[in-house]
Ligand binder design. Structure first.
Ligand SMILES: Cc1cc2nc3c(=O)[nH]c(=O)nc-3n(C[C@H](O)[C@H](O)[C@H](O)COP(=O)(O)OP(=O)(O)OC[C@H]3O[C@@H](n4cnc5c(N)ncnc54)[C@H](O)[C@@H]3O)c2cc1C
Length: 483
């Protein structure tokens, strides 16, 4: 079959591959995406989008459609051996620079279906029931062969093909898996219980068993049940729930999804090989579900990667920019493995008898990962930190900074009153934000960036910042010349 040409081929249309394809479309890249399944996920798997993901969804104009479908949740309580122990939400309440200080409890299938539908409307329909069977590197990039015999030549290829990644195996990227022998049952269903149903995560802890009750969209509730054995039945898992919530009882009126989750942990040695091939999502990092970080971390990979490919492919910047994907994302993946690993081990091993309280303390310590808001690139200072969202006005109309950002562009925010005339390329969107309300354009009188010029990357991390003084336009011109 003849070979077609694309900028990027994406192996796998799980949430991460779909997000890569969608962001690629927003940037005007020619993307081909294929998946061996016949359609997006219908039930199960990841259940929560964290606060940082909600901000990223806003950048990509997806937030407004997804947000009303889920349930917000930022509190959790811990019960141990039948007694209420603690109630906490401080790490959410203390978040700064965001307006959605909570998880959005929403099944992975909603995101997949939304993205799959958007790609179809953008004439970039996922090639379904199509497996990637071979890849050959060549001077122009990579020649991919699909199960239907079709071949596509692309400049780059992204392996977003999940934890058993064919791409990772094909390019022999080491992925050493640790198996801590912790096995969970996962049940989604509609329940009937005399335990009061509340919109918060409830963890029931005992030295021999843990159960986490997670609120979900619609009528559904999710239960994670630590089983310790590999072979168990649905009935045995439900019995464990009833044991944990004693003296209350619970029954399922309907089971929507029942699965087993054996904890495995690994980070791929490389996220970028042969200057052509990327790994993203579960293909390059897997870990326990504790802290709900798998899907969120994978989506952040997509947001980190696609703007860089846009800059290289559409704007001709040197491709050394692409190495920063691995440099930035691999340490984050490592820290996610550590935080989810610490959490899941604490459910099994307690030396002090303070099992339940230990879990809460770890969540508090690792809250930057769990909320997603502690993720930054670089050690300190404003550069490399996430841009804080803030309320601004356009004349008398209230809006928010994040709603003005555009994933296909850098944004130069000028928090100053004097008008500035800069000759900037079209990949930089300029927004001047005045400090007083007498303006007919954007203004705010409460910003930590006052009298500063802030250059923001497409994924809403700060690239550069400088005080607005006589020198700054020249300085910024120089910065923009090098990005
Ligand atoms: C059984 C299970 C239960 C889970 N439960 C939870 C949970 O309870 N909570 C939670 O937070 N997270 C859970 N996760 C993790 C979460 O679902 C993942 O982090 C998330 O799906 C990662 O998305 P991804 O796109 O990277 O990979 P995936 O969602 O795995 O998508 C990879 C895609 O690639 C396709 N593919 C693979 N090979 C090929 C090929 N050669 N050619 C074409 N297509 C291919 C697959 O069909 C799949 O659609 C669970 C994962 C699994 C497997």
């Amino acid at each position: 079959m003849t070979s077609d040409v694309a900028d990027i081929v994406i192996a796998g249309a799980g949430p991460v591959g779909l997000m890569c394809a969608y962001l690629g479309q927003l940037c005007g890249l020619r993307v081909v995406i294929a998946d061996e399944t016949d359609g997006p996920l219908k039930v199960g798997r990841a259940d929560a989008l964290n606060a940082r993901t909600l901000q990223l969804l806003e950048l990509a104009d997806l937030f407004a459609e997804l947000y009303p479908l889920g349930k917000t949740c930022n509190t959790s309580s811990v019960w141990a051996d039948g007694k209420f122990l603690s109630h906490q939400s401080s790490w959410w309440d203390e978040l700064e620079g965001c307006f959605h200080k909570h998880f959005l409890m929403l099944g992975q299938s909603y995101l997949e279906n939304l993205l799959d539908g958007k790609l179809s409307k953008m004439s970039a329909r996922v090639k379904r029931s199509t497996t990637i069977v071979n890849m050959e590197l060549n001077k122009a990039g990579c020649l991919t062969t699909f199960s239907n015999g079709e071949k596509i030549q692309s400049r780059y290829l992204i392996g977003a093909d999940g934890s058993r990644s064919f791409v990772r195996h094909h390019f022999q990227i080491p992925f050493k898996i640790i198996r801590p022998q912790i096995i969970w049952a996962v049940i989604d269903g509609i329940i009937d219980s005399d335990f009061p149903k509340v919109p918060e995560i409830i963890v029931f802890q005992g030295e021999t068993s843990d159960v986490a009750w997670i609120p979900r969209e619609g009528d559904i509730d999710r239960f994670y049940i630590r089983m310790d054995i590999k072979d168990f039945t649905l009935e045995e898992a439900i019995n464990k729930i009833n044991h944990a919530i004693k003296p209350h009882t619970l029954r399922f009126k309907e089971i929507v999804w029942f699965s087993q989750f054996s904890v495995k942990e690994s980070v791929a040695e490389k996220f970028f090989v042969h200057d052509r091939i990327f790994l993203a999502g579960d293909a390059c990092h897997i870990h326990s579900v504790n802290g709900g970080q798998g899907l969120n971390t994978g989506l952040a990979d997509a947001f980190n990667l696609m703007w860089k490919l846009n800059r290289v492919i559409n704007f001709g910047v040197p491709d050394k920019l692409l190495q920063s994907y691995e440099n930035e994302r691999k340490p984050i993946a490592q820290s996610v493995i550590e935080s989810s690993g610490e959490l899941v081990r604490s459910t099994k091993y307690s030396q002090t008898g303070t099992h339940a309280q230990d879990y809460v303390n770890i969540i508090q310590k690792r809250s930057g990962n769990i909320t997603g808001m502690g993720i930054r690139y670089g050690d300190e200072g404003l550069c490399g930190s996430r841009l804080f969202d803030l309320e601004i006005f356009n004349g008398v109309v209230k809006t928010r900074l994040y709603s003005l950002l555009d994933y296909a562009k850098f944004t130069l925010l000028i928090f100053a009153d004097d008008m500035v005339d800069l000759n900037l390329p079209k990949f930089v969107k300029v927004i001047q934000i005045h400090s007083n309300k007498y303006q007919t354009s954007y203004w705010t009188n409460s910003s930590q960036y006052v009298n500063q010029a802030v250059l923001v990357r497409p994924d809403s991390y700060i690239e550069a910042v400088t005080p607005v003084d006589l020198e700054w336009p020249m300085l910024f011109q120089q910065i923009i010349d090098r990005i």
